[in-house]
Design a protein around this ligand. Sequence first.
Ligand code: DQA
Length: 156
Amino acid sequence: MAKKSKQSKILPIYILNGPNLNLLGVREPEVYGYTTLAAIEKMCADQAKSHGLAIVFRQSNREGEIVDHLQEARTSGCAVIINPAGYGHTSIAILDTIQALKIPVIEVHLSNIHKREPYRHNSYVSKGATGIIMGLGAQGYLRAVDAVAEILKVSK
Ligand code: DQA
């Protein structure tokens, strides 16, 4: 566990989810799995707690709202984990906001976007991310929480 004195000062990890991820569990489960976003939130909260960390968990179908959430994380978060979903392939605005952050950013994709259609191979978010985890399904979020804890040197 992180030391209590430090723990009380550590800001939450912002875990941000892009468009259509609210449909996880029913949306193309053969690609994205059967785990719902609510279940992923609970798993992430438990994993973060095991490292002495807390989370803020959001989902939005609107690009500008994701920009707002990233800007909020800039001052109120210790790190960002983001699955930008379809916006990862298109949004320079989201990349710009990520590049303005001074905290670690881990990009997560449930599927391996490089094994899929060519239009999914580019991610603008990757160009600003500290690290990228893809193809591990819902587990990828947990590995991203572990990576944040390691980067922040929050020891178990
Ligand atoms: C995704 C991959 C994207 O290409 C897609 O648009 C998504 C989900 C993933 O988690 O695998 O919505 O980000």
